[in-house]
Design a protein around this ligand. Structure first.
Ligand code: MN
Length: 256
């Protein structure tokens, strides 16, 4: 469950292991080892090509793990098709500028207006889509597995007056977001929590966002996130969300 969003970017440590193995094989000149060496060199070169692009992180639980609050079909379509498409389109967008594949995803989308003008909108939409969904999966958990601790409850009380007041404000933000977007619980540099929302695939870490802060909880209010089960009843979806919030993860993010 402790999946880090940064895992979207390929790890280089695997490559180091291959290099060490190659060095070891160089020392032993056995014939079969030689064959293995060429195989490893091939794998190494191939992985260099593959490693350079952004990847779809796996869902940290089963498709049906959030039932009955978020249905299995929605989760499958949402992760395997919507999230995956943002990854594909981001990689396609960067084909002309492959140097950006090396960047940490967050660094890429934070200052999107410093990128070449022709890719700014596509990176904002698709890069944002990749990051936001990767984050969203981690702040949900099967019902009853990550309940709110007394400490988390106190944090919400301190910032919003009560847990109910916090939930009411969050649900209101979900309803008031016109069209597609996200609702966020964010913390500022002093640790103060607040609720805001962004349009489309923007988030509060982007310089283009009017409200900035570190996300500690998010709700996707695009229709694709709830329409199969809730149709036009976004309010019901927002209420059901409370049953699958990963409060353990939210508290970790608030207190880190
Ligand atoms: Mn979505």
């Amino acid at each position: 469950m402790n999946f880090e969003v940064n895992e979207c970017v390929a790890k280089q440590s695997d490559l180091k292991i291959v290099v060490i193995l190659l060095h070891l094989l160089q020392t032993y000149k056995f014939k079969f080892m030689k064959r293995l060496k060429y195989l490893l060199i091939f794998t190494f070169c191939f992985s260099l090509l593959g490693y350079s692009q952004y990847k779809l992180p796996p869902l940290p639980y089963a498709y049906n793990a959030l039932e009955p609050y978020i249905d299995s079909t929605t989760m499958r379509i949402h992760h395997d098709l919507h999230h995956a498409t943002y990854v594909t389109n981001l990689n396609k967008t960067l084909e002309k500028f492959p140097e950006f594949y090396k960047k940490d995803l967050l660094d890429l989308i934070k200052n999107v207006n410093q990128l070449p003008v022709e890719i700014q909108t596509a990176v904002r939409n698709n890069g944002g889509g990749v990051w936001n969904h990767s984050f969203f999966w981690t702040v949900m958990a099967p019902a009853g597995t990550a309940n709110m601790s007394p400490n988390m409850e106190k944090l919400l009380k301190d910032n919003f007056g009560s847990v109910d007041a916090f939930k009411a404000e969050f649900e209101k933000a979900a309803l008031n977001r016109f069209g597609s977007g996200w609702v966020w619980l964010i913390k500022d540099a002093k640790g103060k929590l607040s609720i805001t929302s962004t349009a489309n695939q923007d988030n509060t870490l982007m310089s283009v966002s009017p409200v900035k802060g570190t996300p500690v909880l998010a709700l996707d209010v695009w229709e694709h996130a709830y329409y199969l089960k809730y149709q036009n009843k976004r309010a019901a979806y927002a209420k059901a969300f409370w049953s699958v919030v990963n409060w353990t993860e939210v508290e970790r993010l608030v207190t880190k």
